[in-house]
Structures are given as structure tokens and as C-alpha cells.
Design a protein around this ligand. Structure first.
Ligand code: NAP
Length: 250
């Protein structure tokens, strides 16, 4: 075992924060969390923090070597496909053990009116047949896919203000989860929403909108997750990631 194992956590999620907190509490472990830098004021994190892209898979591999990283946990968002692909390539190139921490996706239940689609473009293609007033919660970076839908009214919720292009009839609500079913229900009612669009992000913090949509009988367009690169082990939560790390750096 290395004297002070260095764990790199690719972050930007609740799970990444929880993992960094758990690792920082372990004597003799060095943890570095890497953030993309998309959010202006991320909350404080224990351990070391680095911010900004690495410059691609090869540069990430250089970083792993230079910083003597002993294990890598990719705890990025399920839709952050580029960094996940880069991490898999960098880990393979350096031999650094790596795991993907992916929270489970959401599952429809009785009463749900879900329409699964493979992409934001497919969601945009389906929307005009489902409603006129859309609650769009797919993040501020994907709005261009909906920009041509001039006849629909969009209520967009994001943490940071979105940049154009976006649909001409867009109302922006700046908010960060967690959200409650009561809050989501009154938001959907107040804005007279008749269809919801979401990525299958999974997790508790943003699941309340799905319950609210079910209670109100609204259709939900659910964008499916990109696949995890082949050959990389996947764990579903922080406890499993810690168990994987115990084996990887022992
Ligand atoms: P992405 O498309 O997979 O990544 C684009 C580029 O951003 C990557 O190639 C990498 O640049 C850089 N990058 C992304 N995550 C990074 C990290 N944790 N540390 C250092 N560089 C990172 O990612 P994204 O979808 O824009 O998401 C960016 C961040 O926001 C991620 O950390 C993710 O966990 C978080 N997030 C994403 C979503 C979402 O819906 N996509 C939602 C919530 C939070 P280089 O190639 O230059 O290294």
C-alpha cells in the first residue's frame, strides 16, 4: 500500500462531495476533488480541490502521473459523458485503478406518463405533440436543442443563468435543489405547465418534480443516460465506492 494513498475524485455531484468528506476523515489518505468550474460558487470541500478542465484524456493521464494518483473515482454527473470517457482512457493509459460512481437512474411507477428519448434533440422533436407549456429541467447548457420551438412556452430552471441560443418564449427560474413535492406541485400549477422534460439524472434531490408531475397527470419526457465506457467498473453509491477503494489501494 502507498504510504499516503492519493485519491482523485472527479466531482460536481452530491456523491462526489460525500465521498470527499468520507475520505478526508480517514487518516493517511490524500483526496483531491476536481471540478469543471461551471458553478461560480461551489460549496467548500474537504481535502484538495482543483478547478477547470485538464485539456483532454492525455493531459489528464499526465496529471495522474505527476500527482502520483493511486486511484480515481469518477463521481461526475451521469450526463457528463466527455469527462467520463477521458477518465476511462487516462486510467487505461496510466494503469491507475478507476471506478465510475453512478447513482441509479429513476424508474417509472404506476400512474407515471413517461416518454423515454435518447437525446435532447429527440425530446425537442416529441414536445409539440405533448404540450404547449414546458417545464425544462435539462440544464442550462442544452437549451439550443429547443431554440427552434418558437410556439411553445418554456419555464427553464437552472443553477446559473443560461446563455443563448434558447427558445424565444423562455422564462428562467434560478434555483438549486433539493426540491420538495409541495414546491414542485405549486410551481407546475402556477406556471400552468402541461409537460415536463428531464434527464434521467437519478437521486433524491431533484426527484420531487416526477412525483408532482405524476400527481397532476402530466407527461414527462425523460432523456436516457449515455452509456458508461466499456470495461470500467461501476458502483452505485458512496459506500460501494469506499469498499472498492479499500481493495484498489490496499
Ligand atoms: P462533460 O461534457 O463531460 O465535460 C466537458 C469537459 O469539461 C471535459 O472534457 C473536461 O475538460 C471538463 N470537465 C468536466 N468535468 C470535469 C471535472 N469534474 N473536473 C475537471 N474537468 C472537468 O461535462 P459537463 O456535462 O459539462 O459537466 C461538467 C461538470 O458539471 C461535471 O463535473 C459534472 O459532474 C457536473 N454536472 C453536470 C451535469 C450535467 O447534466 N451534465 C449536471 C450536474 C453537474 P477537459 O477535456 O479539458 O479535461
Amino acid at each position: 500500500m502507498p504510504p499516503t494513498p492519493h485519491v482523485l475524485v472527479l466531482g460536481g455531484t452530491t456523491e462526489a462531495r460525500e465521498l470527499a468528506e468520507a475520505l478526508a476523515g480517514r487518516p493517511g489518505v490524500r483526496v483531491t476533488t476536481s471540478l469543471a468550474g461551471r458553478v461560480a460558487r461551489p460549496g467548500a470541500l474537504p481535502g484538495d480541490v482543483r478547478v477547470g478542465g485538464f485539456g483532454g484524456a492525455d493531459k489528464l493521464a499526465d496529471w495522474l502521473r505527476r500527482q502520483h494518483v493511486d486511484a480515481l473515482v469518477d463521481a461526475t454527473h451521469p450526463f457528463a459523458a466527455a469527462i467520463t470517457a477521458n477518465a476511462a482512457r487516462a486510467a487505461a493509459a496510466t494503469g491507475v485503478p478507476a471506478v465510475v460512481l453512478r447513482r441509479p437512474g429513476w424508474q417509472p411507477g404506476p400512474g407515471d406518463r413517461w416518454h423515454p428519448v435518447p437525446s435532447l434533440a429527440a425530446a425537442a422533436g416529441l414536445l409539440p405533440s405533448l404540450g404547449r407549456r414546458v417545464f425544462l429541467t435539462t440544464g442550462r447548457l442544452g437549451l439550443a436543442a429547443f431554440a427552434h420551438l418558437a410556439d411553445l412556452h418554456f419555464v427553464v430552471r437552472s443553477v446559473e443563468p443560461p446563455d443563448p441560443p434558447m427558445p424565444p418564449r423562455t422564462e428562467v427560474l434560478l434555483a438549486r435543489g433539493p426540491f420538495t413535492v409541495a414546491g414542485e406541485t405549486s410551481l407546475l400549477r402556477e406556471h400552468r405547465v402541461d409537460v415536463l422534460v428531464t434527464k434521467d439524472s437519478g437521486g433524491e434531490a431533484t426527484a420531487a418534480k416526477l412525483t408532482a408531475a405524476r400527481d397532476l397527470g402530466l407527461p414527462v419526457v425523460v432523456v436516457r443516460r449515455p452509456a458508461v465506457p466499456e470495461g470500467v467498473p461501476v458502483v452505485a453509491g458512496v459506500a460501494q465506492a469506499l469498499r472498492w477503494l479499500d481493495l484498489a489501494v490496499s
